[in-house]
Design a protein around this ligand. Sequence first.
Ligand SMILES: NC(=O)c1ccc[n+]([C@@H]2O[C@H](COP(=O)([O-])OP(=O)(O)OC[C@H]3O[C@@H](n4cnc5c(N)ncnc54)[C@H](OP(=O)(O)O)[C@@H]3O)[C@@H](O)[C@H]2O)c1
Length: 402
Amino acid sequence: MVVKAGAGPDAPRSVTILGSTGSVGTQTVDLVSRDPERFPVEALTANRNVTLLAQQARQLNARLAVVADPSAYAELKSLLSGTGIEVAAGSEAVAAAAERPADWVMAAIVGAAGLEPTLAAVRRGAIVAFANKEVLVCAGALMMEEVKAHGATLLPVDSEHSAIYQVFDFDRTDSVARLILTASGGPFRTRDRAFMAAATREQAVAHPTWDMGAKISVDSATMMNKGLELIEAHFLFGIPEERIDVLVHPQSVIHSLVEYVDGSVLAQLGTPDMRTPIAYALGWPARIATPAERLDLVKAATLTFEAPDPVRFPALRLARAALQSGGGAPTILSAANEVAVQAFLDRRIGFLDIERIVEETLTALPHRPLRDLAAVREADADARRDAAGRVAAIGATTVGSR
Ligand SMILES: NC(=O)c1ccc[n+]([C@@H]2O[C@H](COP(=O)([O-])OP(=O)(O)OC[C@H]3O[C@@H](n4cnc5c(N)ncnc54)[C@H](OP(=O)(O)O)[C@@H]3O)[C@@H](O)[C@H]2O)c1
């Protein structure tokens, strides 16, 4: 992890939010809008939600608003006419937005679509608040090399990694015995496989403790989210897979833990509100106030813990196997998962088909070394093609039954 000395802790910090219309993005907008003088906004980006994007751009007086879907350009332009806010469209324009000179960039696009924009921010040495975990899963080693080479600062936003970051001894990493990632267990924590086989989109996105975007909510239901986080933690903190454990903790109060060689275990706690880890990254190295509900341990009263169940939730095993295999395996895992989760959200496949498609794609494709970004893009595209074929095959046999 590269840590860069910044200006004074309370100095103004210009901000770009990639994925400003999403769950993490809107919570970042909420925090930034509470102190507009300290956090002037350079650019905001979305995929196609131009109504919200235009409203945010006006509210924050952004210099630039970008929509990835080119067909939404005319509408965005008209919504922002007369404001003086620049408008652009297309995925290249999203990456170009990240190149603009903001001190701090929130990477909150969902999926591998965030790779190029996040890289653009890293390559100009920005402070990057990093929520978009699929980027580190698909290109972890290359991304961390770029962070080092360009003196960028990567601050994790995932609550688990933010927790670890806050209690991790970067100067003496050999004193760290193990990382323990906590997991809520998702909406199907107590359900059996028969229930999951028939689970609907609505049941899968109904997360018990966090209010999040659709893709990460389904990932929490399969527990693939914890698998992706395990890979993310490996690259962020340089700890090998076998020293990263997962602990199910349904109350989501302890956000993760670090065990040291002397037996001490350090943790970060709080109510489950993403504005706390977002604010940690936004203010870093200073802390800023948030409206998040305060933790009342008397009210919480009981914190419980369980081991994850590898039989009901095989995604964790798949993610560990992909990390052990190395090379393009995590890229394939994440790309196949993106395709399968989208197909489930579109009601084209069942819930348990997600893990099956990921496993079959991981088995079918070679795990080639990732020497450069072209190799990442190729592994990603191959996995998407393979997984889409598997989705289509399922769709062909179950048409009309969902
Ligand atoms: N939500 C959470 O609490 C949480 C917690 C920890 C980590 N994360 C991670 O943070 C990331 C974002 O999650 P989220 O829950 O905020 O997702 P989300 O609510 O689905 O928002 C995704 C954002 O990315 C934009 N986007 C989607 N596809 C895009 C594309 N192809 N090109 C450019 N922009 C695109 C969306 O724009 P539109 O609105 O126009 O579609 C939206 O602004 C994910 O990697 C997730 O794993 C989220």
